[in-house]
Design a protein around this ligand. Structure first.
Ligand SMILES: Nc1ncnc2c1ncn2[C@@H]1O[C@H](COP(=O)(O)OP(=O)(O)OP(=O)(O)O)[C@@H](O)[C@H]1O
Length: 599
């Protein structure tokens, strides 16, 4: 339990004191409730024996203070006191519940935010080993599980435990034998449920894993809808979906049904016990009817509050066990992200040391001067879990305004080298220097110099204008710059033809545009953001000759004004480059002009 709570405290965001304060408020209202219930028994007794009030100092005091003439007059005053206590308790309970919901859902919000921000800024290598479905699941579903099946049951169980202890103490004061009887009813259910704990955790794990698989299947099936349709594998994804939804259904049904068991078991035991008790006392002990009535009164109280509290407590513990898988997922991820934060000097809320990363807008960032050259010095990079480095001791230099092409057969290390240059993969050894200064002194500033145009450019389901100004709020878009970027990227003709011009929506991932148009939007985006260095993963292989000509023209028109690093897939497109590097097995095997390397 200690381990569980320490994980909960680690995952909790913001003030941990709120949790303790809430627990106290909840416990206090529960105590008021328990005391209120405890007073009903004596109240009933006083109603039948009013003279008894003179034996209770506080009631005697009321009798004197209010100058009452008959003992019976104390009864309504006492009744009013009990009603007032219940009103205070109910109000307290209402507000306590309100704050519990507010606190727990606020926690869900903060954790989703914390995870999302952390996933955004965490080193790229973290994402190489993670699946997006798992990250989505953590941000949306595990935070929800944590709220519903960890935080809420902790608060409720603490309150229920207090009610149970208070009521058991009251019971012990009334009749020790009855306490033993009640314990005999409650304990077996407690023990049975405690033993079922492992199952609850297993069901929680199945629910969580199946949800991750559901998201993954949706991503695969719908994300690659074109391929799914053409290959005709709809049923394959349909079957995967069915399998996972069935796993989810089974585990969720079992868990939710098992949550009803404590109440059923305790109630049945109670009824059986009462019947047994009456039968035995009538047959063998021949107890008086008053004795039986008082015993029944205590049982009535027990069933009114003790039984619900006890079953809620058992359910709460079950929910906590069920939520422990989600808790583990959040705990391990946040721990890992925190470790990355310490190692890589990144604040989990999104602040890079020396600059607020998440709050800054593209174009508002400070940029380091780049006047002469970029130098890659003895770079080695090895993917984790592989023995051979993908890049070995690679050195090359690029002058400002120069355009270089990286060529080589598939798997030679072109993309890896570009990812190292982009600052996404930290090299095992070596350095990248800009005018003699290491980019690792301030990676953010280095990245602010670069415009990256991948083979398959990421477009949001938004207008052309927003895709070009990517990440800039509408009121901050510079339309003069946008026009220039569109012109330089050879997009003018397309924009003029479209009825809504730059306000035309491109569709999800740019489905309403051709491959070449998407690529040119990528170029326009890099130009709009006025990046000094453009890194292009040339996508011309998939383009027709006319579109390829347009993209190539757009690229070559930039030569001289921008520094270009191009991953070339077609030799015909790199003729205009100043220098060509031929890569093989992670090293440069040949470099020079087009004639020297290719010719
Ligand atoms: N995430 C990864 N984990 C482990 N190995 C990887 C990973 N990504 C790439 N590799 C390996 O690194 C080597 C270089 O791959 P890279 O993608 O850089 O080649 P490339 O020249 O860009 O190929 P292509 O032209 O086909 O895109 C390959 O042997 C590849 O298998």
């Amino acid at each position: 339990m200690n381990k569980y709570l320490s994980k909960v405290f680690y995952v909790l965001t913001g003030s941990k004191r709120s949790l303790i304060f809430l627990m106290l408020v909840f416990v206090l209202t529960s105590v008021l409730e328990a005391v209120g219930i405890g007073l009903i028994g004596p109240f009933l007794r006083l109603a039948s024996e009013p003279e008894f009030i003179h034996k209770i100092p506080i009631l005697e005091w009321i009798y004197i203070q209010f100058s009452l003439t008959s003992s019976r007059q104390v009864i309504p005053i006492l009744g009013l006191g009990i009603v007032a206590l219940f009103c205070i308790k109910s109000l307290g309970y209402f507000f306590a519940r309100y704050y519990i919901f507010q606190f727990t859902f606020d926690q869900k919000r903060l954790q989703s935010l914390r995870l999302f921000n952390a996933y955004l800024v965490v080193p790229y290598t973290f994402h190489l080993s993670r699946n997006t479905a798992g990250l989505i699941k953590n941000i949306i579903l595990e935070t929800n599980q944590f709220t519903l099946n960890c935080l809420q049951p902790i608060l409720e169980s603490a309150a229920n435990l207090v009610v149970i202890v208070v009521l058991l103490l009251l019971l012990a004061k009334t009749d020790l034998l009855l306490l033993v009887m009640i314990m005999a009813i409650l304990l077996p259910t407690f023990i049975a449920f405690y033993r079922l704990g492992g199952k609850f955790k297993a069901w929680g794990k199945i629910v969580s894993e199946s949800q991750k698989e559901i998201i993954r299947t949706i991503n695969h099936g719908l994300g690659g809808l074109k391929e799914t349709r053409v290959i005709g594998c709809e049923s394959y994804f349909g079957e995967q979906m069915e399998e996972q939804t069935l796993r989810h259904e089974k585990a969720a049904t079992l868990f939710n049904t098992s949550q009803l068991l404590p109440r059923i078991l305790i109630e049945t035991s109670l009824i059986a016990f009462v019947v047994l008790f009456i039968s035995i006392s009538q047959l063998f002990l021949k107890q008086s009817s008053e004795d039986l009535t008082s015993v029944m009164g205590v049982f009535a109280i027990a069933s009114m509050r003790l039984i619900p509290s006890a079953s809620q407590l058992i359910q709460g513990v079950g929910r906590m066990r069920n939520g422990s898988y989600a808790l583990d997922m959040l705990y391990f991820d946040l721990k890992e992200l925190d470790r990355e934060k310490v190692e890589k000097n990144i604040d989990i809320t999104g602040n890079f040391k020396g600059g607020n990363f998440l709050k800054s807008q593209p174009g508002e960032r400070q940029v380091i001067p780049f006047l002469r050259q970029i130098e890659l010095s003895h770079i080695t990079y090895r993917y984790s879990g592989t023995s051979e480095p993908a890049i070995k001791e690679m050195s090359l230099s690029i002058k400002k305004g120069e355009s270089i092409a990286l060529i080589g057969k598939s798997g030679s290390g072109k993309t890896t080298l570009v990812d190292v240059i982009l600052g996404l993969l930290p090299p095992e050894s070596g350095d990248i220097l800009v005018d003699g200064v290491s980019i690792y002194n301030n990676l953010r500033y280095w990245q602010d110099l670069i415009g990256y145009i991948p083979q398959s450019i990421f477009l949001t389901d938004d207008t052309i204008e927003r895709n070009i100004a990517f990440g800039v709020p509408d009121d901050k878009i510079d339309y003069g710059r946008m026009k220039q970027a569109i012109k330089a990227a050879q997009l003018e003709e397309l924009v003029e033809e479209l009825p809504d011009g730059i306000k035309t929506s491109v569709g999800e991932r740019g489905v309403r545009l051709s491959g070449g148009q998407r690529q040119r939007i990528g170029i326009a985006r890099a130009l709009y953001h006025e990046r000094e260095i453009l890194v292009l993963d040339e996508a011309t292989a998939a383009l027709d000759t006319e579109t390829e000509r347009l993209v190539s023209e757009a690229i070559s028109s930039l030569a001289g004004t921008k520094t270009l690093i191009i991953i070339a897939h077609r030799l015909s497109t790199v003729e205009h480059c100043d220098r060509i590097y031929l890569l093989d097995k992670g090293t440069v095997v040949k470099s020079g002009s087009y004639q020297e390397v290719v010719g």
